[in-house]
Ligand binder design. Structure first.
Ligand SMILES: Cc1ncc(COP(=O)(O)O)c(C=O)c1O
Length: 402
């Protein structure tokens, strides 16, 4: 590998929620390890790898100039996004005016809902559900209606009949489509997106397609942009992307929308601009410029291989050593959504017992119930392989075979 995915990254003292919130009882954070165990952060969705060096170089170069006044995004910002979308997603008709800055994917999501829904309106989302959707949608005064995904032959699938029933009976006109899906890791196939979009057309839904994970795809799988499946999909969808998940830049803040339809875009931009909070930070722009350099393309390819190796190790270890603990293969993201119900039933334990035992020995996994998993853990596998190995050995010795 050309880039460093093996060194243990020291994050203490460097503004990292993944390590600094642990033990602080914030509600979402794991408890602190018992003495004798160091922390292996496997919860919040950021990575324990150094970012591609071109990000730091771009930031340093800009910081050397001693003025940080008001600014407008450079043309290069749009050009680099267009090139990224062309090479990663095969998008050939993207123009600068279709792209707009969003202060976070969740910010773009809420602006869209505020543009097209009245308070109290229902929004369709699949479950399990990313907790950020749950919080931001309900905090903004809308109601979520869940359409559960189901596992068929080891693959998470949408239940189109259930979606249709909910859309029609509950008069729903807005949907969140998470592609790839967090926390299941599903990378939707073209026919699945086409069928979902056909339902959204039939029931006249505005679709918010959250594609923040679309660069993190297991080798052998392919991300299909929602807007690419039909002319109708192109026109009814607000697609949201960011370099933050791909390159570990969440602390710099910055996402962008792609909206082809003029009416849709005018409405979303109108709402987003009124709050006065939706302005780009100059360093966030330069981080994107550094990330979308040629080195960034190579770095992401290597990253996807590293994640696939970690996922394969984790799933093989579970299959061999943890009876009653299962997961479907994540085709994208770096999350593993782990069903512990078989093990808990056999041992008379709850998922809370499992979590506490894991947290005690420094394996800081996340409670899957936040994502509406009944008896699940969500495990972030974006760590050096040696750390993943260490985590599974501790889970073996102190949790599942204690
Ligand atoms: C599916 C999904 N959407 C959005 C976000 C958050 O995006 P942002 O920080 O840009 O609001 C996350 C973060 O984990 C996510 O998993």
């Amino acid at each position: 590998m050309k880039y460093d995915f093996t060194s243990k990254l020291e994050r203490v003292g460097f503004d990292a929620e993944a390590v600094e919130s642990v033990g602080k009882r914030t509600g979402l954070a794991p408890e602190a390890p018992k003495p004798g165990f160091d922390l292996i952060p496997m919860w919040v969705a950021d990575m324990n790898f150094p970012c591609v060096p071109t990000v730091q170089q771009a930031l340093i170069q800009r910081v050397e100039h001693p003025a940080f006044g008001y600014f407008k995004p450079r043309e290069e910002y749009f050009a680099k996004i267009i090139e990224w979308q062309r090479r990663h997603n095969g998008v050939t008709d993207l123009e600068p005016q279709h792209i707009g800055y969003e202060n976070g994917v969740l910010g773009g999501l809420v602006s869209t809902l505020q543009s097209f829904c009245a308070p109290g309106d229902k929004v369709l989302v699949h479950s399990p559900t990313y907790i950020g959707f749950t919080n931001s949608v309900t905090n903004a005064g809308f109601r979520l209606v869940h359409s559960p995904l189901k596992i068929e032959d080891g693959v998470w699938r949408m239940d189109f009949a259930d979606m249709e029933c909910k859309l029609s009976e509950q008069h729903i006109h807005a949907a969140i489509f998470c592609s790839p899906h967090n926390p299941s890791g599903r990378v939707w196939e073209r026919w699945e997106i086409e069928r979902a979009m056909e339902l959204f057309r039939r029931y006249d839904c505005v679709v918010i397609s959250d594609e923040i994970w679309s660069d993190l795809i297991r080798p052998g799988f392919k991300h299909v942009p929602t807007q690419s499946v039909s002319e109708d999909a192109r026109n009814r969808t607000v697609a949201l992307y960011a370099p933050s998940k791909t390159f570990n830049l969440a602390g710099l803040v910055g996402a962008y929308h792609i909206i082809y339809n003029d009416h849709l875009r005018d409405r979303v931009q109108s709402v987003a601009s009124k709050c006065q909070y939706n302005e780009m930070n100059v360093l966030s722009m330069h981080a994107l410029l550094g990330a979308y350099e040629p080195e960034g393309y190579e770095w992401v390819d290597e990253l996807n291989q590293v994640i696939a190796g970690n996922v394969d190790f984790a799933r093989a270890y579970m299959a061999e050593h943890f009876e009653g603990v299962t997961s479907c293969l994540p085709q994208g993201t770096y999350m593993l959504f782990v069903d512990c119900s078989g093990w808990c039933q056999a041992h008379g334990k709850t998922i809370e017992d499992v979590e506490h035992a894991a947290w005690n020995v420094g394996v800081a996994v996340q409670d899957g119930r936040m994502f509406l998993g009944r008896c699940h853990l969500r495990m972030n596998l974006a760590l050096p392989f040696s750390r993943v190995q260490e985590a599974f050995e501790r889970l073996d010795r102190y949790v599942f075979n204690a």
